[in-house]
Design a protein around this ligand. Structure first.
Ligand code: PLP
Length: 457
């Protein structure tokens, strides 16, 4: 499918016949995959901050996070599922500012490591609103979770039950959810499909581990089983897999009720809602997700004579992903016999997704107007791997040159959080923008940071 938005000679958004541009309240145009306050003309800006101001003040590469967009997405989930417990999945992107926005918007937090827990803690995120995940939580992580008093811990394997129970101080009971495998395959890439039998997460229903875990948790007075959990995978752009998962999970709740006479009050269906990375893509909206999941859960509960459980969901990417963009400086333009490479000052260390999952991106020239026609180029990174490409077949003005700045949208999730220091490249800063103001919420990692860890000589 052709890209629906094209860059015209002046670097301006053009509306094609499919009419994907939407009018916002101010009568301005906004379109996926850009954040809701991003405008590409007359001057490219996000949160009313010109992107070139950010470049001038903070350099490149830089992640820009649109606070307004994050907050709007939290509110959209709350509006679509007013009775649900909505937890933001911190693995998508977490820093203290983000934790604060999430708390202020009334969402809870799903963390999956001691590091994520520590950031949440230092931002004052209320312990009871935190859910702790992980398929191989270390004893230390479990202890930290218990010491902070996190609301719920999601048990992922049988050994964890005894380990966790042993850590609970006398007189306390830890609420737990059990992660079970619904055997529903969904997700954009095998590496991020976690709902099927043949992967490392959760307790298999088919093997009997899930039933065994229920019986073991119920036998531990230190633990209180409050529900079942599943997570199908990530970047799921259709609601149908959630419908199947909801049915399987309600059947498991009924199985617990039939076996033990206990009605578990919570059903956590995880996250995974997909977003648009390209102009012709559409994400799974909270409304579409909610409509499908609520109906499937209600119908199955009614059929099995179960009360409607408290639904818990854990969206990550669909809250922070579209809110982010990355700014890069063009360093070199190279023409081979087959294509044009536009090489920039970042790449696989700030965005590993193309290398890991074959993820696709688009990009725009920002900061100057060009009268040149658009040309398909490969946006390459500066790391020492031929595969270190940010985006293939991106339409940029044919006169793109060293010194230009390009913006890559939809980089708010699984970018900063998955960034590395490959080639001893420091990680970019995160600049939060809102209402005309920009502030550094995570500073750039510099060579001193990198050298500080190198204690050998
Ligand atoms: C248990 C769990 N919940 C929620 C999420 C969030 O997924 P997404 O960011 O795709 O919404 C993940 C992602 O890996 C996960 O593992």
């Amino acid at each position: 499918m052709m890209c629906l938005l094209q860059q015209d000679q002046a670097g301006v958004l053009q509306q094609d016949q499919a009419g994907v541009l939407q009018q916002d309240r101010a009568g301005q145009e906004t379109a996926e995959p850009w954040s809701s306050t991003t405008r590409l003309r007359p001057v490219a800006r996000t949160g009313d901050v010109p992107l070139m101001d950010i470049v001038q003040r903070h350099g490149t590469p830089a992640y820009v996070m649109d606070e307004t967009d994050v907050r709007e997405r939290c509110r959209a989930f709350r509006a679509a599922l007013p009775d649900a417990d909505i937890l933001y999945a911190a693995k998508a992107f977490l820093c203290r500012a983000m934790a604060t926005w999430i708390r202020q918007e009334g969402l809870g937090l799903d963390v999956c490591s001691g590091g994520e827990l520590a950031v949440a803690r230092s931002a004052g995120f209320p312990a009871e609103r935190i859910v702790f995940h992980g398929n191989a939580k270390t004893p230390r992580e479990l202890l930290e979770a218990v010491e902070y008093g996190v609301g719920r811990i999601v048990v992922d394997n049988l050994a964890e039950i005894t380990r966790l129970a042993a850590l609970i101080p006398p007189g306390r009971r830890q609420q737990v959810l059990l992660r079970v495998v619904p055997d529903v395959e969904a997700g954009a890439h095998t590496a991020i499909r976690t709902g099927g039998e043949d992967q490392k997460f959760g307790l298999s229903i088919a093997s009997g581990d899930a039933a065994e875990a229920v019986s073991r948790v119920l036998a531990r007075p230190e633990l209180r089983l409050v529900g079942l959990h599943c997570h199908l995978g990530s970047q799921i752009r259709a609601a149908e897999p959630y419908e199947r998962a909801a049915r399987v999970m309600v059947e498991q709740l009924a199985h617990v009720r039939d076996t033990y006479g206990i009605v578990l009050p919570q059903l956590d269906l995880g996250g995974g809602l997909g977003i648009a990375y390209l102009e012709d893509e559409r994400g799974l909206t909270p409304e579409a997700f909610a409509g499908t999941v609520l109906k499937a859960t209600r119908d199955r509960c009614a059929a099995l004579d179960l009360p409607m459980p408290l639904l818990v969901i854990e969206p990550g990417r669909s809250i922070s992903g579209p809110a982010g963009l990355t700014l890069y400086r063009v360093i070199a333009v190279k023409h081979t016999l087959t294509r044009t490479f536009v090489a920039v000052d970042g790449g696989m260390s700030d965005n590993p997704r193309p290398s890991l999952y074959g993820a696709r991106y688009t990009a725009r020239l920002v900061g100057r107007r060009s009268a040149a026609p658009a040309r398909q180029v490969t946006l390459a990174g500066h790391h020492c791997e031929a595969g270190g490409v940010i985006a293939e077949s991106v339409a940029l003005p044919a006169d793109v040159r060293p010194g230009d700045v390009v913006a890559v949208p939809a980089t708010g999730a699984h970018h900063h959080s998955m960034a590395s220091t490959y080639n001893l490249t420091g990680r970019p800063p995160v600049i939060a923008v809102a209402d005309g103001a920009a502030r550094v919420v995570v500073r750039r990692e510099d060579i001193d940071d990198l050298l500080r860890r190198d204690v050998g000589l």
